[in-house]
Write a protein of this length. Structure first.
Length: 199
């Protein structure tokens, strides 16, 4: 999410335009004023509007808005405190590594399913051939072999289905993780700051 101008003025002061969390980035210029050290103005592109704390009738509950730059007043000045050099790249690398591991597992499962399907087809053909040969014989031995083959084939098919279910579950897990990762807002700024409004 990105800080953006909503374009909607406050009904109590039409100069105040509310900010919101937008889906697309907005250009902001940060520069230092001439009067105060370590205090900055945050201006929206070349619009002449700056980030402001608007309190109106609620001085204890100010809201973030943009306001015409005007004078260098306290509620339009901001101070940045450096917290760390963390750029967020560790989180991205960890996420990409986890996605890579899921994909490797999924590829291995897919290969195993293909191998089992081929094995099942081969064994089914062998069993059918043996059943045909067994039916040509008479007596209890042939009947026993038929029952044995009838019991063995469902077991093989069940084992193959288990691998297919595991593969499908892993694929769904990977899809959910990639969806959540694409929705996550991971900061890529050079530095992370804590912002203060100096009044």
């Amino acid at each position: 999410m990105y800080l953006a101008d909503s374009g909607k003025p406050d009904p109590r002061d039409e100069k105040a335009i509310w900010t919101l969390c937008g889906r697309y980035p907005t250009t902001w210029k940060i520069y230092q004023g001439n009067e105060d050290y370590n205090m900055y103005i945050i201006e929206q592109g070349d619009s002449g509007r700056v980030v402001d704390l608007f309190s109106a009738t609620s001085p204890n509950n100010p809201k973030l808005c943009t306001y015409p730059k005007g004078d260098w007043v306290a509620w339009k000045r901001w101070r940045f405190e450096r917290l760390s050099d963390d750029t967020g790249e560790v989180e991205i690398q960890a996420r990409d590594q986890l996605i890579g591991e899921y994909r490797d597992q999924l590829a291995a499962k897919d290969a195993e399913v293909v191998r089992l399907q081929k094995q099942l087809e081969s064994q089914s053909q062998e069993l059918n051939q043996l059943k045909r040969e067994a039916t040509q014989t008479s007596g209890n031995r042939g009947s026993f072999e038929n029952r044995f083959f009838d019991l063995l084939l469902p077991e093989l098919r069940m084992a193959n289905r288990r691998y297919e279910d595991e593969t499908a579950a892993l694929r769904n897990r990977l899809d959910r993780f990639e969806h959540l990762a694409s929705q996550a807002s991971i900061p890529l700024l050079s530095f992370r700051f804590k912002i203060y409004c100096l009044r």
